[in-house]
Design a protein around this ligand. Sequence first.
Ligand code: 26Q
Length: 836
Amino acid sequence: WNKIRKDCESVDTSSIQRSFVNHVYSTLARTPYNLDEFGAYQAAAHSVRDQLIHKWISTQQHFTRSNPKRVYYLSLEFLMGRTMQNCVINMDMEEAYSKALREMGLAFETLYDQETDAALGNGGLGRLAACYMDSLATLDYPALGYGLRYTYGIFEQRIRNGEDQVEYPDYWLRFTNPWEVARVDVAYPVGFYGSVHNDSAGRAGQPGQPAARWEPAEFVQAVAYDVPIPGYDTDTVLNIRLWSSKPQRQFDLSSFNDGEYEKSVAEKQRAENITSVLYPNDNTPAGKELRLKQQYFFVCATLQDILRRFSKLNLPWSELPNKVGIQLNDTHPSLGIVELQRVLVDEHGLEWDIAWALVQRVYAYTNHTVLPEALECWPVSLMERLLPRHMRIIFDINLYFLRSVEQRFPGDYERLRRMSIIEEGHQQMVRMAYLAVVGSHTVNGVARIHSDLVRSKLFRDFAEFYGDDKFVNITNGITPRRWLHVANPQLSALITKRLGSNRWLKDLTELSRLKAFADDEDFQQEWRQVKRTRKESLAEYIQKHVDTAGEGPVNSEALFDVQVKRIHEYKRQLMNILGVVHRYLRIKEASAEERRDIVPRVFIFGGKAAPGYHTAKLIIKLINRVKNVINADPDAELRKLIRVVYIPNYSVTLAERIIPASDISEHISTAGTEASGTSNMKFVLNGGLLIGTRDGANVEIAEHIGGWDLAFEFGAKAEEVDDLRNKVRYLRPEIHPAFRRVVEAIKSGQFGDSSPFVNMLDRLVSDGDYYLITVDFPSYPEAQERVDAAYKDQKKWTRMSIENCAGMGFFSADRSVQDYAKKIWGINPCPPPPSK
Ligand code: 26Q
């Protein structure tokens, strides 16, 4: 067996060719004569998959034998993007595959474009989970990701009539998925609804020992699909286990006769419904019953799997926290806290307090937002119906928790009301964030400023109660493999050449050695050349794939100014487009003389709006209206100076194209609202500069690159926001004339019928400017002028660009997961034994 297996693992040219040809014939049932590019991709993908699976089996066997404490990363979202290139690069097989296929007359690299993104996430939070899996694998941590295998990922966005977002289903599994392994042998039942009975000992309801029996009324099956994740430059291959819902019983043949047939088909539909669609809400929870079902389905299956693995060790329950750490990616999987308590108490007979102490030592919770409207809350009535036993357990958790608070702060009922997991009111609600705090040993924010706000504002009472140590910061990071090496091979090669090795790919702090070359003339020229190449390639993409209404190609000599991210009021794409209008009006009135001094710009927008988020969709409409008018301005000289592009259907794969092409990117959220942001890191790593507020990770990026002299800062500080909001609301300060002029221009109909926008704009200049656009607006165009001035001095600009990139070592996801491992999980790397 071993000898034959070793044979299968070999990646010399002829083995790769044999494996490729074999997959063309026996997996695809095709021949060289009818093999199109997609078929070639599929065969290559299956061949790469075989390599992946060998290493994956070895890793899992090694973990089982070594039996270390493992960490389980629970996330309702994994925004993976494409897989093939990342796999061959991480396993160091890109050249081998390239050579093997080249000899057969095929260009391996051109096959990458055939792959559909796995887009099982909304944005930052889902992409973060994907980056962390890459880093966990690269650093050989014994980790396992858990998620849901949605049949439909984030919707496909198209722009209708050149202005409005319309959504299309993303049926990504259309042509089978080579990057997963169906595990039909790994399946668990999941129950919903039903009733709760006191257990035989009659303990239910008694303080301290509230065991009971839940009899669900409805069951489905969770079936496992495994997605292997190779580390870079290591044999470790980790696993993401995604659950798919299936009906519990297969069709009962005897019922086909008596009208039961339709019923059983309907039942199958109902079961499969649970994992059918990713909810497209980013930072705005959807209070839908099906979403809550998804969340419970997820944690119920996941915990059965984790506990089955633990039970094989034959250890006492007291050992659970020494073998199992569970990280909650936001509150979305926080029902896992309740489910573990239920299993320990109801199914394994542990005493409440003993079980609860274990639960708290197992879980840790990552918070990704302080926006009050984005915090997850569920109606008690819904929870009671769907999960009656869990609802009772939540009430009990809350009761014991509030009793302990009352002991510390006797008679402080206002405090109890504030801290209660149950929000009282017209409709009782479960505050999932409070549940997550109470059920975890550690809570972390995702950038320093955000973690400070989490501790001092959002969970202030809890920090006072538990002590500050429960609340820590782990600044987000990104994987340099995908976001530099894969996305920007030209820059990666240049850096490797200059540093003399590619060690920086595993230790990103190595980039700091680039600082020494920031003024080097030759290096600067090569650096600029890379950026130029990437801008030209994006210009080409826009020309080919974006509806430019015959406007001709974008000028790749112009400054590329990019804002790509989910559309949200707090991210202030509205302020950006109003700034564009301001610039447009200024250029229009400028003399030929003055125009000679203006830096040509291309404003590039991209991003999806949640389908039900009216204002976000309106902002997309406005951006496109402005775009259509500016790009069609009769003044040809003006059109050379300003151009607007909306790239539809922003995705991981598009990000890999857009980010390396940016000169400046916009991270302009109202201070204190963006938890971290991660694209800011990606842009800077690729030599783009930032314009931004003192928000999220911007603050730390500025520190690490050498201060705000190397980035363009503007706007109110987080500490000022509360006061400013009150001022705007009650005192109505003078609106800056430039801002008024922009609003008037839009209202005058210069960008088409203004009626859709009037409300949104009037709110800004009356008392509804919650995100302080009018307050920050004057300093925003002013910061843009500093950008123009810096860009005119190309030598200075290039130096800044190199210094920016050189300071990014800290923002590797490798550093982030090491922080988690040390500060939160208490786990160690478990590297594979050297292969003989
Ligand atoms: C919740 C309940 C029901 C339906 C949907 C949701 C839901 C889904 C996704 C709520 C929020 C999200 C996504 C949030 C998100 O992406 N947050 C971002 O996380 C990044 C990684 O930490 C940060 O960099 C960003 O600042 C933060 O906005």
